[in-house]
Unconditional design. Structure first.
Length: 465
């Protein structure tokens, strides 16, 4: 093998969504790629947040449905899941996903190198291997996809180690009697909200504190108001526009003094869950010495993922902004294509947002309020799941679909769904938005009956007038 044959087109540092997507895309385009990872495959998404949370929320939903069926007399004295069994299942599924990533890399001929990487130059990555030896990887490009690390906020009266980040919370083997979940951070209240509903479903007295007046500042208020009512009905106590002034020790845990406007609340909690305060992280990768530019603690990149140093790229949480796995994967694919000479560039206008609540909330494009603020004359259409046949058969009739379209042209501006499987349903609207479609295009589709998708067509017809 010649020296040229032994040169990788891309060495990605980090096997999370960004690094994985970039390396696989390079391989799909005929290039030679490697990934260096010093921990678990899959990054924060698979191991600590998205997948564990979704798995446990699915279990909680199964619990709720079993209780409903038992109430209806269909199941007699069901063996309802306990948190420790749910966590064990979650760990099995996380391990299976990590094994699947390893198998995919092998199938796509992406070399996996287990160890800690340091970038000596844009064409040279030195790896301290897990077994102690050292290996040098020659390459044409380096992608830094080292993600982010949690940074616990300082809260008066709470010492280091006295609050759990989401990862520790999801590893509890027993549901606490009471839980205080703090929102805010780069992903706002999203992960906190999911965790709050999860533990409320397992019988924990749960309080969510967040600084915003709305659950999502850019979300569709009409649907989020309904979701908030449903969360309160599910025993999630929400304190909006609030901040924690202090936390002090008390019998059975801690008491938090929470100020919400003119009101002061005393919240008893056995466990305090920290807000999602992650910070971009690239450790001792050697980037500063090479002159890689950082802004506000994040690696600065252009729309393709190129850093200030030619041949060094970055994607995912390490570049800052909203820290979501689908956003990281999108940036990773774009960087992988750019490395291989394609004119790819990030376009985040059509990235959906999903809350894995019960029911799910999914959104893409502009809300009605945002569209009007941007100067559009808009028409909206709303369909309720109250009369949707599939929702009725599922026993989940509380939900809405809202379509936001430009008046006159009917051009789709946004779609917002509060429904079971909303994260799956929103894909139809993502495609329509990406292709410049109209409410009429959605209305003209014939949907299978009975399905939840029928509500999308119904909302689109109402947006047309």
């Amino acid at each position: 093998m010649t020296a040229a044959d032994d040169t990788f087109d891309l060495v990605a540092i980090g096997a999370g969504p960004a690094g994985h997507a970039a390396a696989v895309r390079v391989a799909e385009l005929g290039g030679r790629a490697a990934i260096v990872e010093d921990a678990q495959l899959g990054g924060n998404c698979v191991n600590h947040c998205c997948i564990p949370t979704t798995t446990l929320l699915d279990t909680a939903e199964g619990l709720r449905r079993a209780q409903t069926l038992a109430f209806a007399g269909i199941i007699a004295d069901p063996d309802l899941p306990a948190l420790n069994r749910a966590v064990a299942r979650k760990q099995q599924l996380v391990a299976a996903l990590a094994a699947g990533i390893r198998a995919q890399l092998r199938t796509r001929r992406v070399e996996l190198v287990q160890g800690r990487a340091r970038v000596d130059a844009p064409d040279c990555v030195r790896v301290q291997l897990a077994e102690g030896a050292e290996r040098t990887l020659r390459c044409r490009n380096v992608l830094v996809a080292t993600g982010a690390r949690p940074e616990m906020p300082a809260i008066p009266g709470l010492a280091d180690g006295e609050q759990l980040w989401i990862d520790g919370l999801l590893r509890l083997s027993q549901a606490p009697r009471s839980l205080l979940v703090i929102g805010d951070g780069p992903c706002g209240v999203i992960f906190a909200l999911e965790a709050a509903q999860l533990f409320a479903g397992f019988g924990t007295q749960t309080t969510l504190v967040h600084s915003g007046e709305a659950l999502l500042p850019d979300g569709e208020a009409q649907l989020l108001d309904v979701l908030e009512e449903m969360l309160r009905a599910a025993d999630v106590h929400i304190l909006a526009g609030a901040r924690i002034e202090e936390i002090r020790a008390a019998e059975g845990g801690r008491v938090a003094t929470v100020r919400a406007g003119a009101k002061v609340h005393e919240v008893l909690a056995e466990i305090v869950a920290a807000p999602d305060c992650r910070r971009p992280y690239w450790g001792d990768a050697g980037l500063e010495q090479l002159g890689v530019e950082a802004r506000d603690g994040a690696i600065f990149v252009d729309e393709q993922g190129q850093t200030s140093v030619p041949g060094i790229w970055a994607a995912g949480d390490v570049t800052g902004g909203a820290m979501f796995s689908h956003r990281a994967a999108h940036a990773g694919r774009v960087a992988g294509e750019a490395v291989m000479g394609l004119p790819s560039a990030r376009d985040e206008r059509f990235l959906p947002l999903v809350l894995s609540t019960d029911p799910e909330y999914a959104s893409v494009g502009m809300s009605e309020e945002a569209a009007r603020a941007a100067g559009y004359a808009v028409r909206t259409g709303i369909a309720s799941l109250t009369t949707n046949a599939r929702a009725i058969t599922m026993g989940q009739r509380e939900g809405l679909v809202k379509i936001v379209a430009e008046a006159g042209t009917g051009r789709l501006l946004g779609a917002h769904i509060l429904a079971p499987q909303a994260g799956e349903l929103i894909g139809q609207a993502v495609v329509a938005l990406r292709l410049g479609g109209t409410a009429g295009d959605l209305a003209a589709l014939t949907y299978w009956h009975p399905t939840l998708s029928e509500a999308i067509g119904e909302a689109a017809r109402r947006a047309m007038g």
